[in-house]
Design a protein around this ligand. Structure first.
Ligand code: G
Ligand code: G
Ligand code: MN
Ligand code: NA
Length: 253
């Protein structure tokens, strides 16, 4: 398959880009960190959706390499921000499949040491549906990552149809409410009820709650009223390439 070879070339030649989207406190828009999001512009086909090239990577034995490229880019920037006296944490998305690799935590430990980044500055986001599929097999890796001191986040929460009780059993620190509910909450009472329930339960269990897909001031106000402290979304900033994120950060203060 041509696309698999193209992806391999892109990974080898540094053509896979990493964009960064700020995670901010809703009360005062203080930037706590960034989510790292992979971007690939194919020389002939143009921009390829991350879901698509992540799937290609998964099916052609390149997932570990893709994850390492994104993680390395994130840790490198994390180190630079710390050196510039403007510490920001970084979040990297993981496919559930990466958690089936029992050596992955060793790689994480090595890269943290190499880049002199404290484990608490790194969060891994794992989507809820992926987590549910294979929870028994991914749990050992999750425990090892947690023991390293890395933060773990359940991404796209609410889309996996898991019982809310799972939140108590999983070794995670953070819950990200899926953007579909956040985008709907200003106009749809069902979405609003789901968002309220997830915020309440997360707080009850001592988990950080992040609302993703915050696009309007009204949504921001509703979230704040319900006790959600952190958000991410176009209202604050789209995912940006490094230079544009730097400009955006400078304009914040
Ligand atoms: O950035 P965007 O909204 O297009 O992301 C689409 C999806 O791709 C999201 O679910 C995001 O978690 C996923 N994604 C982006 N970058 C990575 C990555 O480096 N690894 C994995 N596994 N998923 C990613
Ligand atoms: O699944 P995950 O949460 O990792 O996906 C992040 C994706 O959400 C990225 O592709 C990013 O581009 C997208 N995104 C981030 N903020 C917003 C937003 O405010 N509105 C919409 N529609 N998408 C967003
Ligand atoms: Mn994510
Ligand atoms: Na999502």
């Amino acid at each position: 398959l041509g696309i698999a070879a193209d992806l391999r070339r892109a990974l080898d030649n540094g053509q896979l880009e990493v964009y960064f989207q700020p995670k901010v406190t809703l009360a005062d828009r203080h930037v706590l960190g960034v989510e790292c999001l992979a971007r690939w512009v194919h020389p002939a086909h143009g921009e390829v959706a991350p879901e698509d090239f992540v799937a290609v990577a998964e099916h052609t034995g390149q997932l570990a390499r893709l994850t390492e490229v994104v993680l390395t880019a994130g840790l490198r920037r994390c180190r630079e921000w710390a050196d510039a006296d403007r510490p920001l944490s970084v979040a990297v998305n993981l496919s559930a499949r990466t958690l089936l690799d029992s050596r992955f935590p060793d790689l994480v430990e090595e890269l943290l040491t190499e880049h002199r980044v404290g484990p608490g500055q790194l969060t891994f986001e794992i989507s809820e549906p992926g987590m549910l599929n294979d929870i028994e097999r991914v749990l050992p890796t999750l425990y090892r990552l947690r023991d390293l001191g890395v933060r773990l986040s359940v991404d796209d929460f609410g889309t996996g149809a898991s019982s809310l009780a799972y939140l108590r059993q999983w070794p995670v620190h953070e819950v990200k409410i899926d953007d579909s509910f956040v985008q709907g909450m200003a106009t749809d009472s069902g979405d609003l009820a789901i968002v309220r329930a997830v915020i309440g339960l997360s707080r009850e269990f001592g988990l950080t709650v992040v609302a993703e897909g915050v696009e309007s001031e009204l949504t921001l106000e509703l979230l704040e009223e319900m006790g959600c402290e952190i958000g991410q979304g176009y209202l604050f900033s789209r995912p940006l390439p490094y230079e544009r994120l730097e400009a955006w950060l400078s304009a914040q203060t």
